[in-house]
Design a protein. Sequence first.
Length: 520
Amino acid sequence: MKPFANEPTLELRRAPARESLVNALRELEPKLPLSVPVLIGREQGAHEGFESTDPGSPDRVVATAGRATEADAAAAVEAAAAAFPAWRDMGADARAEVLVGAAQILRSRRLELAALQVRECAKPWGEADGDVCEAIDFLEYYAREAVRLEQGPDLLQVPGERNTMRYEPRGVCVVIAPWNFPLAIPTGMTSAALAAGNSVVLKPAEQSPASALALVEALREAGAPPGAISLLPGFGEVGAALVRDPRVHVIAFTGSSAVGLEIVRSSADTPEGQGHVKRVVAEMGGKNAVIVDSDADLDDAVPAIVKSAFVYAGQKCSAASRVLAHEGVADALLERLSGAVNVLIVGQADDFAIDVPPVIESDAQERVLRYAELAASEGRIVGQQAKIPANGWFCPPTLVTDLPPGSAVLRDEIFGPVLAVERVKSIAEACDALERSPFALTGGLFSRNPETVAEVTRRTPVGNLYVNRHITGAMVGRQPFGGNRRSGIGSKAGGPDYLLQFVEPRVVTENTMRHGLVVE
């Protein structure tokens, strides 16, 4: 295989690129609603049970999906356990070929899959195309990592002794995926588990079953045995059943802290007959802050902060929701951020001109509006784009300041287009504020002083710190992604340590000074 390189995104400033996406959407829409069945091994289960709808037009049904049951969960784990030995024994090279083949299939369906995300999750065109590219990147990157991992590390050797270390897959892996990166994140967790030799049961978010189906179709078409990758569309009860199953070895999860911590608690239970301790890999979101020093270049800081906070309506675990601004620059920053927020364009995801799409569903809209009302009552709204479409789950992008230190707006993960600005007297005070937070996913810093950069780097507990740029958009292989504290458990996705979570190391030490020969 060639050295890994990131899949290039489309240049949407070019008319032919935009037209190709519009044509893909035109071709997709007559096919809606798509049908997403329960897939367990070679068997197809229910095709109906719930619907995914367009957040920008809730009357539009994008997919009808079978609702998996707890019995389906047990059957999928059984199929995965049966398929595991053969998949494991294929070896890393053969498994890598399957992943690279699946990447090529996604590449060939790239425009269609981006259009699907625009409809199923109201993901704007640039974000949707980037999501498909990231999914391709995960497949290509982990395929290469699996081959490297199979070679094993070099150990110290001494005369009379041979030491070897190899990595073996753990067994059955359950993947519980979110909707906000409906293809990239399930692809990353699933392909890592498969590349390492595990079999997988994928439970996608109920808001995005059709995107998950595209991944399973690509993997199976590329040669993954049906039992090695099953699909269970459904709701929380099926995910909980998978987590409890004693035959499951690894749970890979991306989502809220509440659900992630419940998975950790449930997985810790080791009943009689379960001969292993489950491994949990969890990315659980954050309350991400950008520090703006007194010497910051506001021409760089303002557009980067706006992009970090409001692209995809703030529905990224890495999105900025707090700004800690040095008091020497806070007034100027607030004025410019206010002007930028007031002219943001809120509209449908399929419009190339919009800045902020709808949020995913009515519950999300209610939550965001509730926090915006709280911000208005506790602090001061300094920027808000109130011109929003009447149809769809839209929320006005909101900029707030002067909140009391204990405000829930400063503490909770809102997961929507609300940004709070706080004044600090020093960079040390800003770092103190970050250290008090239970979250530590991403963070940002705008400063021209190398000593300030070094100090914030030393003190900030976040998993990914971005300096003088926006804080979203981590690239596979370039910015391995993952948080600390309550923002995550495990090594960083898209990095050289990620596959180690899906394997167990085994060391063999052989005495090479043995006496005698084997007589046959």
